[in-house]
Design a protein around this ligand. Structure first.
Ligand code: SME
Length: 164
């Protein structure tokens, strides 16, 4: 396993993701603990992209519960179908929210967050087991490239066998 993250300095974030993905694969390969993998992935994403907040929520019964993250403290529990995270869970789909004020029911964990992406994490039976959430202080940095690559990253988590 790589002990140090190599961060490609580039204006092209696709290239940055392409450089990051194999490193994340190496990080999670062979490690079956879900929390450990989520923690390292959140840290690597924060270090690479410097977003305000990046982290995971895990689906437990009828709520999402805060998991490993990097950034300011956040809401600990989000109901099914609530906010951007709960909606991504309920609809089992990726949500790109370029302006959180335009998303009815958005939950403001931090007043600095203005844009957000939430990607559901699906297990092998297509059950949502959690979400990967990214929050930005800027309106212009999250787009479909992030959605595509965050989707690939979320799949790394469940391709590995894991334990809670
Ligand atoms: N904004 C999210 C809540 C989670 S935090 O942003 C970390 C939402 O509306 O679900």
């Amino acid at each position: 396993m790589a002990e140090e993250l190599f961060i490609l300095q580039s204006n092209d974030k696709k290239q940055q993701y392409e450089s990051l993905l194999p490193q994340l694969e190496a990080l999670v390969r062979g490690e079956t603990d879900l929390i450990a993998n989520m923690a390292n992935i959140a840290a690597a994403l924060k270090e690479t992209f410097g977003w305000l907040w990046v982290g995971f929520y895990r689906a437990q019964n009828n709520e999402l519960i805060l998991g490993p993250f990097q950034g300011p403290i956040a809401c600990t529990r989000i109901g099914y179908g609530k906010g951007v995270c709960g909606t991504a869970w309920k609809e089992a789909k990726n949500l790109l929210v370029p302006d959180v004020d335009k998303f009815p029911g958005h939950i403001a964990c931090s007043s600095s967050s203005v844009a957000e992406i939430v990607v559901p994490i699906l297990d092998s039976s297509a059950e949502v087991i959690g979400v990967l959430d990214v929050d930005s202080e800027r309106y212009d940095i999250l787009d479909n490239i992030d959605v595509v690559y965050l989707g690939k990253i979320s799949r790394l988590i469940t391709e590995n066998h894991f334990t809670f």
